[in-house]
Design a protein around this ligand. Structure first.
Ligand SMILES: Cc1cc2nc3c(=O)[nH]c(=O)nc-3n(C[C@H](O)[C@H](O)[C@H](O)COP(=O)(O)OP(=O)(O)OC[C@H]3O[C@@H](n4cnc5c(N)ncnc54)[C@H](O)[C@@H]3O)c2cc1C
Length: 370
């Protein structure tokens, strides 16, 4: 299978995004038709198999598509990450009947968000307070989720909750009675990604909305499965940020002259370009390695995914700062691609496992492998 997304997919992304990412960032809104069109083409969760109506991409191919979207608009890529994570969660945790029911919806234009985090449960999700209980043939949910990417646009929210001493993942319609969705005001970056807080007050869903059919699985296992997709997707998105920053910085350094020659001919500026080039290559390699583990069903998947996320997000945060440095005043305004990248990339060091959480897990791996 080719590692490149097909030309039609890339063309659709290019046509829909055009030069609008800066405008979307400033307004804080992604237009609904853009999301529905990309979603309806299956490109927000392109690994969904063809049997469920999806494009059936490999992880590598989906990764390259994710990088392409991420290079153009990190808000849109954030939606793609959430949608892909929702689809992956259904694929791994759902019954065959649930896969057949939900996946065609997720490649047909409906949008989904994934909710783990709570006011008291960020890095430590074991302190989650959202609870699920069975009442007759319904599941009842009470809790408060925060910072849920895409929740402001979502039709469905995959809610992770405690159930007795165990856990559960539940498909909740965003419009169900008892669900309240409120946008996070003025996020630092990915401003159009529809981050929202989600309140669940006695929300009732049929028991067959519980992925796997019955609640009561290991919560850490449920979360780990969903996050594996999120991490690799964010990693590829960061590779895309680096590609965009490298392109902007080299173009500017070629064209802008100071002290009688192009910026690129000043060695200290050339060093910035070398650093950006290296960052993009290193991040892309780490992502490709993680995707190869994914596609090969390798036991190294968890570590490779964590490594890719860590390498890509730290390189992107540094690389975006470098790109702003090269463009200087030319890139120092809201909505400019490198200014956006600078804010967006910083957030990638926090989500799907912060830098510190990645470092702790990678150190654990180093200790066990040595
Ligand atoms: C842009 C964005 C999008 C998001 N999207 C989603 C989403 O779609 N769904 C969702 O459920 N959540 C989402 N989140 C929430 C995100 O998952 C959390 O912000 C993240 O897990 C960190 O939790 P926290 O913010 O509560 O920080 P905390 O857990 O309070 O951590 C604060 C700092 O302390 C560090 N720290 C914590 N514990 C340790 C430790 N043991 N050792 C060393 N350092 C430690 C952290 O690394 C961090 O630097 C999003 C957040 C952002 C900013």
């Amino acid at each position: 299978m080719s590692e490149r997304p097909d030309a039609a997919a890339v063309a659709l992304v290019d046509e829909l995004v055009g030069d609008l990412a800066g405008t979307w960032d400033t307004s804080g809104v992604l237009p609904d038709p853009v999301l529905r069109k990309l979603g309806g083409a299956g490109l927000l969760c392109a690994q969904v198999p063809e049997v469920y109506g999806g494009p059936g991409y490999s992880s590598l191919r989906n990764g390259e598509l994710t990088a392409h979207v991420g290079g153009r608009c990190s808000s849109l890529r954030s939606i793609q990450t959430s949608q892909g994570m929702a689809a992956w969660t259904v694929t791994r945790l759902g019954t065959e009947r649930q896969r057949a029911a939900y996946l065609p919806r997720l490649v047909g234009g409906e949008l989904a968000a994934v909710a783990f985090s709570e006011p008291g449960a960020g890095s430590d999700l074991s302190t989650m307070e959202t609870r699920a209980r069975i009442d007759g043939d319904e599941l009842v949910l009470d809790g408060h989720k925060v910072w849920i990417t895409g929740a402001a646009y979502a039709d469905l929210v995959v809610v992770f909750a405690g159930y007795g001493d165990a856990g559960t993942a539940v498909m909740v319609p965003a419009g169900a009675p008892g669900v309240t969705i409120e946008r996070v005001p003025e996020p630092l970056g990915c401003r159009a990604a529809g981050h929202a807080n989600v309140r669940l007050d006695g929300v009732r869903v049929p028991l067959d909305s519980v992925l796997g059919g019955r609640p009561g699985q290991s919560l850490p296992l449920l979360v780990t499965i969903a996050l594996a997709y999120g991490r690799i997707s964010v990693a590829w998105g960061c590779a895309g940020i680096l590609r965009a920053c490298l392109a902007a910085a080299t173009a500017h350094a070629r064209g802008r002259r100071q002290f009688g020659r192009p910026l690129a001919e000043h060695q200290l500026v050339a060093r910035h370009l070398a650093e950006l080039f290296t960052a993009e290559r290193v991040a892309s390699r780490a992502c490709a390695d993680a995707s190869a583990s994914w596609d090969g069903n390798s036991p190294d998947l968890v570590t490779a995914t964590m490594l890719a996320k860590y390498v890509s997000s730290t390189q992107a945060a540094r690389g975006a700062a470098t790109a702003v440095q090269v463009l200087a005043s030319a890139g120092a305004r809201d909505g400019h691609a490198v200014a956006r990248a600078y804010r967006d990339a910083k957030l990638m060091e926090i989500i799907e496992g912060s830098n510190e959480m990645c470092e702790l897990m990678l150190a654990r791996h180093a200790l066990s492998a040595a």
